[in-house]
Design a protein around this ligand. Structure first.
Ligand code: FAD
Length: 286
């Protein structure tokens, strides 16, 4: 089923993100992970796409097929475009369509000096335009409540985001954030800019202090005082940080749902225990 149909049919939409295992040896564990994730009844599961290298892409497709045909949950395939040309995207789209994949998260991808870029797709909006002209996928795009690190300011950010929606993105999935007020301000800016598609907040439950440092360096998410205090007090106590991190993520989600945000995308980091605990904490609310 296409994402726009899911959104039209459901009052609240819950989805997960997973990544394909990097090593063959880890592939065995993915079934155990998927079994638990799918028992939690997500409306869709999105599968990330490694930058460069066809074996990574094959794993994304294999995982998406497994989600759809073995676990009967709708998959969303992430697809980056910086290092591809139209021929590559055509080939990839053909495989996805043949496998019955209906939803793509269309992305530019991060710049990486080790991965050569091709010259046909410079921004995600170029990929969205191309996919919309050549295929029948439902397209989602990424958005950044605290601005993409390369954006000069919030006005440019909005202009570029609007371009993705005008090109055909029917849903926006957000970068992680820890301060809900950033999301509410961003959502309001989007509506003022005429962006009227569903905007789904991405929530990352934090379970270790290194993970937070990495995430903040990568995406520049701001850390509210309440969150900083948790890290300061429990950062080196694994079990305590797990409890506090879960509780923080659950309270973020409950606040979002209470404020009429009707979809949540959980960055599971392939950890089914995290997903289960979060779902348990919101089961009578979502
Ligand atoms: P774009 O929308 O192209 O934006 C990138 C930058 O360019 C922004 O600063 C934007 O303002 C600017 N820009 C956009 N259009 C224009 C224009 N016409 N002129 C000038 N500037 C412009 N990466 C992966 O490699 N694999 C994944 O699976 C993956 N999944 C992700 C899932 C989510 C939900 C999110 C939020 C990110 C994900 N990423 C993934 C990371 C993403 O690829 C990076 O954040 C990347 O740097 C930007 O991708 P984008 O699609 O947002 O790019």
């Amino acid at each position: 089923m296409k994402l726009n149909q899911i959104h039209n049919q459901k009052k609240n939409v819950l989805s997960f993100e997973i990544f394909p295992p990097k090593k063959d040896s880890e592939l065995k564990n993915i079934d155990a992970t998927l079994e638990i994730l799918c028992e939690l009844n997500p409306d869709f599961i999105s599968v990330t796409f490694g930058a460069g290298g066809s074996s990574n892409h094959n794993r994304t497709i294999e995982l998406a097929k497994k989600i759809k045909y073995k676990y009967h949950v709708e998959p969303v395939v992430h697809l980056t475009c910086l290092s591809y040309d139209k021929k590559d995207i055509d080939e990839f789209s053909k495989i996805l369509a043949a496998e019955g994949i209906e939803n793509i998260l269309a992305l530019r991808g991060d710049r990486n000096p080790d991965i050569p870029e091709k010259d046909e797709f410079h921004h995600a909006s170029d990929l969205i335009t191309y996919l919309k002209n050549t295929n029948d996928f439902c397209i989602a795009a990424a958005c950044y409540p605290e601005c993409h690190p390369e954006s000069a300011n919030r006005i440019d950010e909005m202009r570029h985001l609007r371009k993705k929606v005008d090109a055909g993105a029917e849903l926006l999935l957000s970068q992680l954030f820890f301060d809900n007020s950033c999301f509410y301000r961003f959502e309001e800016d989007c509506r003022i800019a005429g962006i009227d598609v569903p905007i789904t907040p991405g929530i990352m439950p934090v379970i270790n202090a290194n993970q937070i440092r990495r995430m903040v360096t990568m995406c520049g998410a701001s850390l509210p005082k309440r969150f900083q205090k948790i890290i300061y007090k429990y950062g080196d106590k694994k079990e305590a940080l797990f409890d506090a991190g879960m509780s923080y993520a659950i309270s973020q989600i409950i606040d979002l749902l209470t404020n009429d945000v009707n979809s949540i995308h959980l960055y599971t980091m392939n950890n089914p225990i995290v997903a289960r605990r979060i779902c348990e904490g919101i089961k009578n609310i979502i």
